[in-house]
Design a protein around this ligand. Structure first.
Ligand code: ADP
Ligand code: MG
Length: 350
C-alpha cells in the first residue's frame, strides 16, 4: 500500500496540451475515482501513473519515491483495463500466475498466490478453463485476479466494467468495492459513469478538459458542487438549471418568481443560475404552475418532465401521479436545497 501524490502533472502531445497541471494527493488505502466526460483526460492521467505514458511536467510520487522516469514494471502497480487482455491460449490459473512466473517466483509460491486470489474472487472452480469458456463477468474477475496476485502497492482501473451489461455492472461494482474493503490497496479507478463514481469512491475527482473541477467525498460533491459543471455532471436525472436574476422576493426567471433561501439576499440584483435537483421539487397546491410534458412511472417514484416558466425541468416525486401531457401541476422547490451559480463563470455563490 502507498500514498500517491500528483504535483502539477501535465501532458502534451506535441503542441497540444491535454492535462493542464493536476494536483492530487491520494491517501494510503484510499479508493479514488477519476470521473468526467469522454476525452477529458482520465485515461491519460491514469496511464501516466502506470508509466504507460510519459509525463510532460510535474512530479509523480508513489510510496515516497518520485517515479516519473521509472518503467511500469518498477512502479509496483497493477492495472485492469476495459478489454480484459487475457491470453486466450492459457487457462485461468496460468493467466493469473503469468506475471509472477515472469518475476521468477517458485511454482509452489505461484500456486499458493493464485489459489488465494481465486478464493477471494470466487474463481476456484474455473481455474482450469480457458477465457473463451467464461462469461464477461468471469473474464473481468480473472483480469482482477491477475492484478491482485501481485499484491501491488496501487491498483489502477480504466473503465473495467464498460463491456458488461447493466445488471452485471452493478454486481461487479459491488464486488470491486468489497475487494477493496478486504485488501485496502490504494486504488485509482477511472469511469465516465457518475453512478459508479458515487457508489464506489472514498473521494471523487471530477475532470473536465484536462483540469480538475472538484475533489471531494461523493455526498459532498452532490450536496455542495463547486460549480455548475460538477452540479450538472453528478446526479441522475441531472440538476435542473434556470437562468435569471436574484431579486428581493426570490429568483426571477421567465416571468416567474421562485423562492430562495434568505442568505441569497446578499446577491440581490445579480444575474445567476438557479439549480435544483429533481427530488427537491415538491408537489404543492400553492406552488408554481408547470405544464406536464412527459410522465414516467418508475414504481418507487414518478419522473415528470415539465415546463416551468420558459425552461424544461424534471421532477422526481415519491407520489404516483396519473397525469397526461398538457396537464398543469403545481410545484415548489425546497428553498433549503437550492444551488446558485454565477451566470458568467458558473462558480457556486454562497
Ligand atoms: P478519456 O479517457 O477521459 O476519455 P483520454 O485521456 O483518452 O480521455 O484523452 C484525453 C485527450 O487527449 C483527448 O482529447 C484525446 O484526443 C487526447 N489524446 C489522447 N491520446 C493522444 C495521442 N496519442 N495524441 C494526441 N492526442 C491524444
Ligand atoms: Mg479513457
Amino acid at each position: 500500500m502507498a500514498q500517491v501524490t500528483l504535483s502539477n502533472i501535465r501532458k502534451s502531445y506535441g503542441s497540444v496540451n491535454v492535462i493542464h497541471g493536476v494536483d492530487l494527493g491520494i491517501n494510503d488505502g484510499e479508493f479514488v475515482v477519476l470521473v468526467g466526460p469522454s476525452g477529458c483526460g482520465k485515461s491519460t492521467l491514469l496511464r501516466m501513473i502506470a508509466g504507460l505514458e510519459t509525463i510532460s511536467g510535474g512530479t509523480l510520487d508513489i510510496g515516497g519515491r518520485i517515479v516519473n522516469d521509472l518503467d511500469p514494471k518498477d512502479r509496483d502497480i497493477a492495472m485492469v483495463f476495459q478489454s480484459y487482455a487475457l491470453y486466450p491460449h492459457m487457462t485461468v490459473a496460468t493467466n493469473m500466475g503469468f506475471s509472477l512466473e515472469h518475476r521468477g517466483g517458485s511454482k509452489a509460491e505461484i500456486t499458493e498466490r493464485v489459489n488465494w486470489a481465486a478464493g477471494i474472487l470466487g474463481l476456484e472452480s474455473l481455474l482450469q478453463r480457458y477465457p473463451r469458456q467464461l462469461s464477461g463477468g468471469q473474464r473481468q474477475r480473472v483480469a482482477m485476479g491477475r492484478a491482485i496476485v501481485r499484491n501491488p502497492q496501487v491498483f489502477l482501473f480504466d473503465e473495467p466494467l464498460s463491456n458488461l451489461d447493466a445488471k452485471l455492472r452493478v454486481v461487479m461494482r459491488g464486488e470491486i468495492k468489497s475487494l477493496h474493503q478486504k485488501l485496502k490497496t490504494t486504488t485509482v479507478y477511472v469511469t465516465h459513469d457518475q453512478v459508479e463514481a458515487m457508489t464506489m469512491a472514498d473521494r471523487i475527482v471530477v475532470l473536465n478538459g484536462g483540469r480538475v473541477e472538484q475533489i471531494g467525498a461523493p455526498l459532498d460533491l452532490y450536496d455542495r458542487p463547486a460549480n455548475r459543471f460538477v452540479a450538472g455532471f453528478i446526479g441522475s436525472p441531472s440538476m435542473n438549471f434556470l437562468e435569471g436574476t436574484i431579486a428581493p422576493d426570490g429568483f426571477a426567471t421567465g416571468g416567474l418568481t421562485v423562492p430562495l433561501p434568505a442568505e441569497a439576499q446578499r446577491h440581490v440584483g445579480r444575474p445567476a443560475i438557479f439549480g435544483i435537483r429533481p427530488e427537491h421539487l415538491r408537489l404543492d397546491p400553492a406552488g408554481i404552475p408547470a405544464e406536464v410534458l412527459l410522465v414516467e412511472p418508475m414504481g418507487a417514484e414518478t419522473q415528470i418532465t415539465m415546463r416551468l416558466g420558459d425552461t424544461q425541468v424534471i421532477g422526481v416525486f415519491r407520489e404516483r401521479v396519473a397525469l397526461s401531457p398538457g396537464a398543469v401541476i403545481k410545484v415548489i422547490p425546497d428553498a433549503a436545497a437550492v444551488h446558485l451559480f454565477d451566470a458568467d463563470g458558473g462558480q457556486r455563490l454562497e
